[in-house]
Design a protein around this ligand. Structure first.
Ligand code: LMR
Length: 397
């Protein structure tokens, strides 16, 4: 038999939680696993702006012929403006371009292939901890993966350890940075920290790859782009992966982009020719629907305004859930221990709960979160924060 030596591997530690949660018959279960936003009804909503854009597409779209290797040019232009700013000098001088990809994960995969094929010998440095799929994507492309410290066992951001390690990174290596809403910890760099990282990157001649999967979920759509725009304006070369999964609610439509900033417009075209070739071998041409929706929204002032308001409402709900959970933990004497939940950013919180406590939460209370203690706060039910806090208190006893 050809397949007889093939062994079964464990399921994905994050996506596997969706199935486990769905199969749990407890009416009072909590889904804090995979990173999806949930509204007051416990649904992951389709934003109204997306629904309107989809209706327009349905009414007006003339063809479903292939989009090109870089995807829809309107999407590329508009997403680049969203990320880099409509007043970006890098865009004005045609030194930046976006390639449409199947989600932010597709953008990471394309970046990994680009580094492996076009920048041979460069290693990549990831934060410790990071999103587990970062580890496997870059290793899968054959890159040497190393780590810089980020959040330690004390569950605190350690910027000085991060900077010290970056100082010793071999010249030319790639360093992956999370633009905002760090996944999995929720601990973000302050502006001064970003400036310090920029100096090391410049001194060591590193190539930053900024993962920007949560634009709008931290401090706001423009605010969250601060570090990306700083790096784009200060450095000659930069890679950015952007995702429309969360902020447009387009998770399953797989919509994202890889943005490249180059020191000159001509070189950008050389790089983009390589990206199109690599993408051809990965997925040929990217899926259209989600990107067409995004282009409709960002290209229409009224739809864009509606979407901006919807993203802001999602952001505020997450912020309120964070504060509400810490308040609900207060009667249990745990508000100090978990105070970081209110100050972390984005969907996720590294709670500081141990793998054993996570297991107990699941077995005793049907609370689902990633084994590392990462909780998707954006999945919590605001009306049941008291019950969630009581469950956490139970496993902390
Ligand atoms: C997460 O980390 O939960 C999200 O980014 C979803 C995913 O694909 O893992």
């Amino acid at each position: 038999m050809h397949f007889s030596a093939i062994e079964r591997v464990p399921g994905d530690p994050i996506l596997g939680l969706m199935e486990a949660y769905a199969n749990d018959s407890n009416q009072h279960k909590f889904d804090l696993g995979v990173g999806v936003f949930k509204d007051a009804q416990g649904l992951t909503p389709i934003p109204a702006a997306v629904k309107l854009a989809e209706q327009r597409l349905l009414d007006t779209q003339q063809s479903k012929s292939y989009v090109g290797g870089h995807g829809d040019p309107d999407f590329g232009r508009l997403i680049a403006e969203l990320v880099l700013g409509s007043d970006s000098s890098v865009l004005a001088s045609k030194r930046a371009g976006a390639s449409q990809t199947p989600g932010g994960t597709g953008a990471l995969r394309l970046a990994a292939e680009f580094i492996a094929h076009c920048l041979p010998g460069r290693g990549i440095w990831l934060s410790d901890p990071t999103w587990p799929i970062h580890e496997t994507i870059f290793a899968g492309a054959g890159l040497k993966v190393s780590h810089y410290p980020y959040v330690g066992t004390d569950n605190r951001l350690n910027v000085s350890a991060m900077l010290t390690t970056l100082e010793s990174v071999p010249k030319g290596d790639v360093v992956l940075l999370h633009a905002c809403c760090h996944n999995p910890t929720g601990f973000d760099l302050a502006q001064d920290d970003w400036r310090a990282v920029l100096e090391v990157v410049r001194r060591r001649e590193l190539l930053p790859l900024i993962d920007f999967a949560y634009q709008g979920f931290g401090d706001g759509l423009e605010e969250d782009a601060w570090a990306v725009r700083l790096f784009a304006s200060e450095l000659p070369e930069l890679l950015i992966t952007s995702s429309c999964s969360k902020n447009f609610g387009l998770y399953r439509d797989r919509t994202g982009a890889l943005l490249v900033c180059s020191h000159e417009a001509e070189k950008l075209q050389d790089v983009r020719s390589q990206l199109a070739l690599l993408a051809r071998n990965l997925w040929s041409t990217p899926p259209d629907h989600g990107a067409a929706v995004v282009a409709q929204i960002l290209g229409d002032a009224a739809l864009k305004q509606l979407w901006v308001e919807e993203v802001e409402a999602m952001r505020q709900r997450i912020a309120q859930l964070r504060v509400g959970l810490v308040e609900a933990l207060a009667p249990h004497g745990l508000s100090d221990r978990f105070a970081h939940i209110a100050t972390q950013r984005g969907m996720f919180s590294y709670t500081g709960l141990s793998p054993e406590q996570v297991k107990q939460l699941r077995e005793r209370h049907s609370v689902y979160m990633v084994g590392t203690g990462r909780a998707n706060i954006a999945g919590a039910d605001a009306t049941r924060l008291g019950a969630l806090a009581a469950a956490i208190a139970d496993v902390c006893r």
